[in-house]
Design a protein around this ligand. Structure first.
Ligand code: AMP
Length: 538
């Protein structure tokens, strides 16, 4: 017997209609380049998104055309998030921290026909423009209020005369809604194409109580850029729930963010660990300066959230939620939370669990795959994390040679090395490329880094494999100390010793001013490895 339910396509058109009908008074607040705050409501947002859609159609947008966005987090970017897909276009967010040659490659590979760019980012576009031929029109958002230079369309003038698009041009839930390229620390960036269905289901899962627990009453500030896996889908999730959004524009330094958290009484936020390490230092320096909402949830992902950081934020009454994901997984894959019967565990044990990457969210399946097949749930055996589910990519855009990232039985090979404990909690121990292989045994660089970052004098730590004459590779730790703090190599080694087997302890710890980063704010280990490849162990 078949079920007898309606075939109702899952599209983000519904999110837009819902927000404008039910939550037209809820605010969207954006920080502008002059630091002032722009405020409007979901009602105005929806009207302008519909106008943008009409304007794009008038410019000749056809179904499936890619529209690139080179923008910070603000209201016009949110309009693009909805205006492009409801016009049948594909929202292609561009990472403004990439090198112009990489941007040019991505824009050409995706075949972007139109581009929407912040006026403050025009100098970047001007470096990219000579290298690309496929962009026909560039629409400039005049965030500074200055006139838009000749040769570009003014966003405001383009959407003002356009009517509000009434009928969305979304053919069905499998239609492409957007695309992102992986930040790719090695090799060329790879394009991932998201469908409406994937984003809708992902939004529902992200809002669940054991994930972000997002409600209409929240105030959400995504620090994660809207060009990094769609700000982890949060602009879609928040529009679905009718949640007030606070978009920080170009100001991602700790003080600007803390000011916004206080001023808008933010209850939920999200970003990579490097952002939180900075915020933590600011709070530690001036613990009484900001009056934040008690219990503010901070989703931390993109790299491992060190246990020390989770503990430190708890002291300020702020709650870290550790999550794992990838561009290829839209991105939410796992979240760490305690099961009902774990609340009475000793504090240390609870922190250990919260610092893991956690349990797969509903509809995502995960397994660890080792040399002998699926790894046991013993918390020790390492294997590659493989996932499948309705918001996991099944292929890369126009890249047949990328097919080896999927197994024959249809799982995506993440390239992350994990252990899974008896309760099913996944812990990432490394990227396959970053593991240290010492005398035939694996050492997890991530676990060493997290432990080092638990030392009060350490701001940041990265551990890399460096060639070694006897052991093939040995771990080298590269450490940035907190401002005004001091620690010696011997002290840090002694700090690690009780926590690890002797042969895991880095042979050397070197101190540097800063650790190179990827465009998404993660440690760029390939560059560190290059820098230290001729390191003399003595
Ligand atoms: P991206 O596609 O740029 O978001 O990068 C995805 C990669 O980031 C994953 O494959 C992981 O290696 C890493 N990553 C994401 N979240 C976490 C996390 N919570 N802990 C450790 N690594 C993470």
């Amino acid at each position: 017997m078949q079920g007898q339910m309606m075939h109702y396509p899952l599209t983000i058109g519904h999110f837009l209609e819902r927000a404008e009908k039910l939550f037209p008074k809820v605010e969207v607040v954006s920080r502008l380049p002059d630091r002032s705050l722009h405020r409007y409501t979901y009602g105005e947002f929806a009207s302008r998104a519909r106008k943008l859609a009409s304007a794009l159609l008038k410019l000749g947008l056809k179904d499936g055309d890619r529209v690139g966005t080179l923008m910070w987090n603000h209201y016009a970017h949110l309009e693009a998030y909805f205006g492009i897909p409801i016009a049948g276009g594909v929202l292609h967010t561009l990472n403004l921290r990439l090198h112009p040659t990489d941007l040019a490659y991505i824009i050409e590979h995706a075949g972007d026909r139109f581009l929407i760019v912040d006026d403050v980012l025009l100098p970047l576009w001007e470096k990219v423009a000579p290298m690309v031929k496929n962009v026909e029109e560039v629409i400039v958002v005049p965030l500074t209020g200055k006139p838009v230079p000749e040769g570009f369309l003014d966003y405001e003038q383009t959407i003002a005369p356009a009517g509000e698009l009434e009928e969305f041009r979304i053919a069905g839930e499998e239609q492409a809604l957007g695309m992102c390229y992986t930040s790719g620390t090695t090799g060329r960036p790879k394009g991932v194409v998201y469908s409406h269905r994937a984003v809708v289901l992902h939004s529902l899962a992200s809002a669940l109580p054991d994930a972000l627990n997002l409600s209409q009453k929240d105030v959400l500030l995504p620090v994660v850029p809207m060009f990094h896996v769609n700000a982890w889908g949060l602009p879609f999730t928040a529009t679905m729930t009718g949640t007030k959004q606070v978009l920080p524009g170009p100001y991602l330094d700790p003080e600007s963010l803390l000011d916004l958290y206080e001023r808008e009484q933010v209850t939920a936020t999200a970003g990579v660990p490097t952002i939180w390490l900075g915020i933590l230092q600011a709070l530690e320096k001036e613990p009484n300066r900001w009056k934040l909402v008690p219990g503010m949830r901070m989703v931390v992902g993109g790299s491992a959230a060190p246990e020390g950081m989770i503990r430190a934020f708890d002291k300020f009454g702020l709650r870290v939620i550790h999550a794992w994901g990838m561009t290829e997984t839209t991105p939410l894959g796992t979240v760490s939370y305690l099961k009902s019967y774990m609340e009475d565990l000793p504090e240390d044990e609870k922190y250990r669990i919260r610092a893991k990457q956690g349990l797969p969210v509903p509809l995502v399946e995960a397994r660890g795959w080792g040399e002998e097949g699926e790894i046991p749930w013993d918390g020790k055996t390492m294997g590659e994390l493989q996932v499948r589910g309705p918001w996991i990519a099944e292929s890369y855009y126009n890249l047949p040679e990328g097919a080896d990232k999927w197994t024959e039985d249809g799982w995506f090979k993440t390239g992350d090395v994990v252990t899974i404990d008896a309760e099913g909690y996944i812990e990432i121990v490394d990227r396959t490329k970053d593991l240290v292989k010492s005398g035939g045994e694996w050492i997890s660089s991530v676990q060493l880094e997290n432990a080092l970052m638990g030392h009060p004098a350490v701001a940041e730590a990265a551990v890399i494999a460096v060639p070694h004459p006897k052991w093939q590779e040995r771990p080298l730790a590269v450490v940035v100390l907190k401002e005004g703090a001091s620690a010696t190599e011997e002290e840090l080694k002694a700090f690690l010793e009780p926590k690890f087997a002797k042969w895991w302890i880095p042979d050397r710890i070197v101190f540097v001013e800063e650790i190179p980063r990827t465009s998404a704010g993660k440690f760029l280990k390939s560059k560190l490895r290059e820098q230290f490849k001729d390191f003399k162990w003595e």
